[in-house]
Ligand binder design. Structure first.
Ligand code: ATP
Length: 513
């Protein structure tokens, strides 16, 4: 089997070759950690966004959406804590001159220890066969317990020193663990320093009157500052949610890993306003709801896990990540944060405006607590795309590259293929296209042998190919080929739309949540 790095390279090159993702400004040698979505990428991204929006807004009558501006009054970022606390702890290797996030270096070290546990599990599973009880093994095997204690101990200490802003201890931890620079292999580290991640810009024409602004590093604050506008104009009653999708910007230092960590990216966030004291219950509810949303796409239950935060951000009283098995291992895909009344309370102080809700049941006003779900659209794209890309061995000893995107998210739902470029077949195919295009994105392809055309559609992720042949002229039937099974069915031409709808309609997928 190909190793992780090769698989990841394949993902990146496939995304480029099939019009999903290009490096930004590539003709000028690109801009680091900034990417453009191509003709297929834009459709996949739009479908993921829509899948999220329908699940959150359309299907919940107490959640509404907004679209706030990227520019916000600069005091927003003082109130939110981003001016003072939106920092990453950085460390440089003096030999390679490379800069790293100190916490990521430690977390990678822990991931290696966890990798050892996985290895032990695999070995034992092989040894014990069917009688293997993984849970029991993890709870009792001395070697595993030792590794786990080590990993937990390291993360706990990291969490504590970051919380106390004890950067000297973070450095000490890196030294104690003997972490080396992946490039130079040396342990010659600088001290750990904080670095603010917000991009600054200016509003106004002249130097004196210009106002310092930031590009928003998260979409959440656009929701908080509009809390009362939405609550009043929509007559919303607690609990209720406000959802938003949009661009966010962070001057990420460790900007590798393709669209996993970008400097300009898109978030899909929802802030759920609740009665103080009910946060634990809503935290559990939203963890479950969000995991179910992921599972409904069928990317594989084993590819997800929760990671509870040891180190809590300044605004949170509980936080967990939904991690996904990316080609480079389990990493954060979505965050679920219990944000207390930190944000609204802080905006009250900085703006001198009341941001409270009058609760008719309690007959009193209070600052609501907030439960947040926050997912990166681009990260979700990477999760879907990387798990969909597969090399499949076929019976005739060949392989095919197939992008098994969930049909509901696929950019193009069907390709219409006349078997030959003559005998009136293209005309029938075009007529079918004209009929289908009102409901789905469809493409027409008449070049090359039909087998080659199937392969092209497999690689780009189109779930259906509909072939028009001579028999179509006689009895109005076509063959419909399914991407994942490669099965072909002969059906009436007027049944095609219904067959495709059944597989791609969002309603069927969303009903699984
Ligand atoms: P990380 O620890 O990976 O930097 P974070 O904890 O800072 O992420 P949040 O501030 O909780 O992330 O943002 C919510 C979501 O936004 C993340 O779960 C992720 O999906 C997405 N996200 C954050 N930063 C980036 C980025 N630089 N590029 C792409 N997506 C991002």
């Amino acid at each position: 089997m190909a190793n992780q790095e090769d698989i990841f390279k394949k993902v990146i090159s496939h995304a480029k070759e099939y019009g999903y993702i290009f490096q930004s400004s590539e003709i000028y040698d690109g801009l680091s950690a900034v990417y453009d979505y191509g003709q297929n990428g834009v459709e996949l991204k739009k479908n993921i966004r829509e899948y999220w929006w329908q699940a959150m807004v359309q299907l919940n009558d107490n959640i509404v959406g907004i679209d706030a501006a990227i520019f916000m009054h600069p005091t927003t970022w003082k109130a939110s804590g981003h001016v003072d606390a939106f920092n990453d702890p950085l460390i440089d290797n003096k030999d390679s001159k490379k800069r790293y996030r100190a916490d990521v270096l430690v977390e990678d070290h822990v991931a290696k220890i966890e990798g050892k546990i996985e290895k032990e599990v695999k070995k034992a599973a092989k040894r014990f066969g069917d009688s293997f009880d993984k849970k029991q093994f993890l709870e009792t095997n001395p070697r595993v317990l030792d590794y786990q204690a080590k990993a937990d101990g390291i993360l706990k200490r990291l969490g504590k020193s970051l919380e106390n802003e004890d950067l000297a201890d973070v450095k000490e931890l890196i030294e104690e663990l003997g972490i080396v620079c992946p490039i130079s292999g040396s342990k010659n580290w600088t001290d750990v320093k904080q670095f603010n991640l917000m991009f600054g810009t200016k509003l106004g024409a002249t130097a004196d009157s210009a106002m310092d602004l930031y590009l928003r590093p998260e979409t959440a604050q656009g929701i908080f500052v509009n809390f009362l506008n939405v609550q009043k104009s929509g007559r919303m009653k607690i609990p209720f949610g406000i959802a938003q999708t949009g661009k966010a910007f962070r001057n990420e230092i460790v900007a590798r890993q393709f669209i996993f960590r970008m400097r300009e990216f898109e978030q899909m966030e929802m802030q759920y306003f609740i009665k103080p004291g009910t946060q634990k219950e809503w935290y559990d509810t939203w963890k479950e709801k969000r995991l179910n949303w992921h599972l409904s796409l069928g990317l594989g239950e084993d590819n997800y896990r929760f990671h509870d935060h040891e180190k809590l951000a300044h605004y949170a009283d509980a936080a967990a990540d939904i991690e996904f098995r990316f080609p480079f291992g389990f990493k954060e895909l979505e965050g679920i944060h219990s944000r207390t009344d930190f944000d609204l309370g802080s905006h009250e102080k900085f703006s001198n405006k009341k941001l409270q809700y009058f609760d008719p049941e309690e007959n009193k006003s209070y600052v609501p607590y907030v439960l947040e779900t926050s997912i990166g659209l681009d990260r979700m794209f990477l999760a879907v795309f990387s798990s969909a890309l597969q090399e499949e061995a076929l019976e005739n000893n060949t392989t095919r590259t197939v992008l098994k995107l969930p049909a509901v998210l696929a950019p193009t739902k069907a390709a219409v293929l006349p078997l030959l470029k003559r005998d009136g077949l293209p005309e029938v195919a075009h007529k079918l296209m004209d009929d289908l295009k009102w409901d789905f994105n469809v493409v027409y392809d008449e070049k090359d042998a039909v087998g080659r055309r199937y392969r092209r559609q497999d690689a780009v992720g189109t779930p259906f190919c509909v072939t028009v042949d001579h028999q179509t002229l006689e009895d109005e039937t076509v063959t419909i080929r399914h991407r994942d099974t490669m099965e072909q069915q002969r059906v009436k031409i007027n049944e095609v739309k219904g067959i495709i709808s059944k597989e791609v309609d969002m309603r069927y997928w969303l009903q699984r949540i």
